[in-house]
Design a protein around this ligand. Structure first.
Ligand code: PEP
Ligand code: MN
Length: 338
């Protein structure tokens, strides 16, 4: 709910109203607009009697927010959230953040070659899966703790913050110690216990969209994390399941302007999982930049044919370098840094 209050209301009057609302167990914050003060009220606002609020003579209007997400709702929170990962800032008007690396960490040598290569081409963050959520129990499940240790080593050696998927709240102590950006995979987008645990973490979270989830469900998952106390959430579109078999998933690029309109959170695009085909990654990356994405997450492998997971969608280091050259041209054309 938003309560609009006249600009020259005294602090004493304002506090009287805030205390009344807080007594109803609601969270109240305020922001100063050009010509008024806006009170943002989050919680079970059905307890509020609008007429009582309107009886305060300094209250100009009361409006209810219909969307079920509140803390990540732009109507309530106008300012863009900028998420800091290491020393990289991600969000509206910040340089487009490029996250690159292998689907899975496979060995020290593999990660060294890839980290060095992607950094040279312009990636700012290094990705790599260690706990892999695979469709088949017979597929490579990731290197686990050893994979996180290798990522940490690469982080020290190449001075890049690291991104990796956390698949269970039991891994949280390990991830809090080593990983800079905690990825929630598509399959875990509605693992509410995990989301609540991440809400208590100080580390930023990269929340992927579930492949069968609506934008509203996705924002409600973000709401779980933010309402539990962690404001640092980045959304990541990675394609949704449709009837189309020519791609692994269907990249829903329209989510970029929709998220920018409805939410204050940053949004990045993962063209690798969205298409499942390295040949499509370049055009989808460029389209995502033009559509206003705050970053890209791209799978890169030194030898895709031998990759233990997702080789078919992984770019070679050479192709990643070519992609970065093109992305820089596109970014410049829309007056955005990369
Ligand atoms: C990944 O990033 O390696 C991954 C498994 O992604 P998703 O959860 O989007 O399938
Ligand atoms: Mn992958």
């Amino acid at each position: 709910m938003i309560v609009s209050i006249s600009k020259n209301t005294s602090d004493k009057d304002l506090n009287k109203l805030i205390l009344k609302l807080e007594a109803l167990d609601l969270k109240v914050s305020h922001q100063n607009n050009l010509d008024k003060i806006l009170l943002n009220i989050v919680g079970d606002t059905t307890k509020i009697d609008e007429q009582t609020i309107l009886s305060f003579d300094f209250v100009e209007s009361v409006s209810r927010i219909r969307a079920p997400y509140k803390r990540v709702n732009r109507e309530l929170f106008l300012n863009d959230v900028i998420v800091k990962v290491g020393n990289i800032e991600i969000g509206t008007n910040k340089p487009i953040a490029i996250i690159a690396g292998p689907c899975s960490v496979e060995s020290k040598k593999q990660l060294d070659i890839i980290a060095q290569g992607v950094k040279k081409s312009g990636a700012k963050l290094l990705r790599g899966g260690a706990f892999k959520p695979r469709t088949s129990p017979y597929s490579f499940q990731g290197m686990g703790i050893e994979g996180i240790e290798l990522l940490n080593l690469a982080k020290q050696n190449y001075q890049m913050p690291i991104v990796s998927e956390i698949s269970s709240e039991t891994q949280l102590p390990l991830f809090e110690e080593y990983v800079d950006l905690l990825q929630v995979g598509a399959r875990n987008m509605q693992n509410f216990d995990l989301l609540k645990a991440l809400g208590k973490s100080k580390k930023p979270v990269l929340l992927k969209r579930g492949f069968s989830n609506t934008i509203e469900e996705w924002l409600m998952s973000a709401e779980y994390i933010v309402s539990a106390g962690n404001p640092n959430v980045i959304l990541c579109e990675r394609g949704i399941r449709t009837f189309e078999p020519y791609t692994r998933n269907t990249l829903d690029l329209s989510v970029i302007p929709i998220i920018k309109q409805k939410s204050n959170l940053p949004i990045i695009i993962d063209p690798s999982h969205a298409t499942g085909d390295w040949r499509l990654v370049e055009s989808m990356s460029m389209a995502a930049i033009v559509a206003g994405a705050d970053g890209l997450m791209i799978e890169v492998h030194n030898n895709p044919e031998e990759a233990l997971s997702d080789g078919a969608q992984s770019l070679t280091l050479e192709n990643f370098d070519k992609l970065m050259v093109k992305c820089k041209v596109i970014a410049k054309a829309i007056e955005r840094e990369i």
